[in-house]
Design a binder for this molecule. Structure first.
Ligand code: BES
Ligand code: MN
Ligand code: MN
Length: 462
């Protein structure tokens, strides 16, 4: 296998330099399709995107390229098996995107990609079309240069943003097809363009919708106000009682299994560069807020949280209407950390939330999709290969970082396939994923394409 080890990716890097414009215009085509998985109005576009991804895989020389139909959107698959003695890298990503709303706040149209100050502006530019596409182009480059040194499989799904429920079934039923040595994913970020990092943890998720019902109809707030429970007032009371004065979550048992990091682990974390003043300035806030005794970068990564994502009820139209609404609603997410279980936490939430409601209202708690947290050790072959690859292209050793975000399928890859995932993403927190004006730096797009071949090289070396 010596001939493989000698492959130093020089021809691959030349191919990348020579094809930068082509890569970008191909990405633009993908970004033009509104593959919004959450909105049934766009289901044709989501399927068209799957087909475009499949065609892209075929065009770069992969075999067995196909769409696997599911009860939802198709899963795109393609592979190149060059030698059964070589390791196999399974690349995962998602071609679906978040809805672009609020549309008015976009400077350019979300599905008409545009370059401004060296950044690609479009929904999905960073999350995750721009990022999974780096793998397609990196593999194309290695194949064209005759330097592909691992077998490779692609699995790109269309339901990540809505919980990956059909992918879960697909993974359970296709273990042989997906057999590989490591999973490589670019759907996370780095600390900054001059501070590379690798994501070593993701938080899990419990997501619930709550409905508070008071009187059987909307009431005149003068005739009935003060005499009956107002569901909106009550919902606000209940929501605010979910945190105490130290910003700890009050649900009994919520912290029971939370992994506690040692002092030295926390000290290592604190060494990662972070400027609280810049952070506040960037968000235009006077101060941060979170759980006492934890740093900002711990609050959003190694600690569990509870947040209202949406709250509604009553009159929200023009002018004033004096009314006590019959119902009030909220959507609530809880981010979970290692050793918390999504089902368990959802149950604890439901039990507690029902218990704190006054007798004057009825409570309904409806659980949504969830996911388990994930951590990956630093002594894995895959982590080391990613670290060496980033060191090579950034000229600096990447810092391991636990992320606050969630990719629920990653924990399932581990439990079902027995495979660790390497989260080598190239986005920035400031890329505005899920927000208006999502963007992805040209620097990041090309840096990813350059780095991925080195991952293959170092992963192939024993
Ligand atoms: N790619 C993100 C997750 C992410 C982004 C992790 C940046 C770490 C850093 C993914 O597409 C996403 O948005 N996940 C959702 C969960 C899903 C169940 C909707 C999330 O984290 O809210
Ligand atoms: Mn994503
Ligand atoms: Mn996302």
């Amino acid at each position: 296998m010596n001939h493989i080890i000698l492959k130093n990716m020089i021809n691959t890097q030349k191919y990348i330099r020579d094809n930068k414009e082509k890569f970008l215009s191909e990405l633009f085509q993908l970004l033009r399709l509104p593959s919004i998985s959450a909105d049934p109005k766009y289901s044709k576009d989501v399927v068209a995107t799957a087909e475009m991804v499949r065609n892209n895989l075929e065009k770069i020389g992969l075999t067995n390229c196909k769409l696997f139909e599911t009860d939802g959107f198709p899963i795109v698959y393609g592979e190149k098996i060059i030698d059964s003695n070589l390791p196999t890298v399974l690349i995962y990503g998602h071609y679906d995107v978040q809805p672009p709303d609020p549309i008015d706040l976009w400077k350019s149209k979300p599905f008409e990609p545009e370059i401004r100050n060296e950044k690609i502006y479009a929904r999905g530019a960073c999350d995750d079309k721009g990022q999974f596409f780096m793998h397609v182009k990196a593999v194309e480059s290695m194949i064209s240069a005759g330097e592909l040194c691992c077998n490779v499989k692609f699995m790109i799904e269309g339901e990540e943003e809505i919980g990956s429920e059909n992918l879960e079934i697909f993974v359970k039923n296709n273990k042989q097809l997906l057999s590989s040595d490591v999973i490589l994913i670019s759907d996370t970020g780095i600390i900054s363009n001059d501070t590379p990092s690798i994501t070593t943890g993701l938080r899990g998720l419990s997501y619930v919708e709550v409905e508070i019902t008071g009187p059987n109809r909307d009431l005149h707030s003068g005739l009935y106000g003060g005499a009956v429970a107002n569901p909106i007032n009550i919902l606000c009371d209940m929501v605010s009682s979910l945190h105490d004065e130290k910003r700890k979550i009050t649900i009994p048992g919520f912290y029971d299994n939370v992994e506690i990091l040692s002092k030295s682990e926390r000290e290592i974390m604190a060494k990662a560069p972070f400027n609280i003043e810049k952070y506040k300035e960037e968000l235009d806030i006077k101060d941060v807020l979170g759980e006492k005794e934890y740093r900002t970068m711990e609050r959003n990564s190694i600690r569990p949280t509870l947040d209202v994502n949406g709250i509604w009820g009553g009159y929200t139209g023009e002018g004033a209407k004096t009314v006590i609404a019959s119902k009030a609603y909220a959507k609530i997410s809880m981010r979970l950390v290692p050793n918390q279980s999504s089902d368990e936490i959802t149950k604890l939430f439901k039990k507690y939330f029902e218990s704190i409601a006054p007798a004057g209202v009825k409570v309904k708690v409806t659980p949504h999709h969830g996911g388990e947290p994930y951590v990956s050790p630093l002594n894995e072959k895959g982590y080391k290969a990613a670290s060496k690859a980033m060191n090579k292209t950034f000229g600096k050793e990447p810092i391991p970082v636990r992320s606050g975000g969630s990719i629920p399928i990653v924990a399932l890859f581990e439990s079902e396939l027995g495979l660790k995932s390497i989260l080598m993403g190239f986005g920035l927190d400031s890329d505005a994923i899920h927000s208006p004006n999502e963007h992805y730096g040209l620097f990041n797009f090309y840096k990813g394409i350059e780095t991925i071949p080195y991952f293959f090289k170092y992963f192939a070396e024993k």
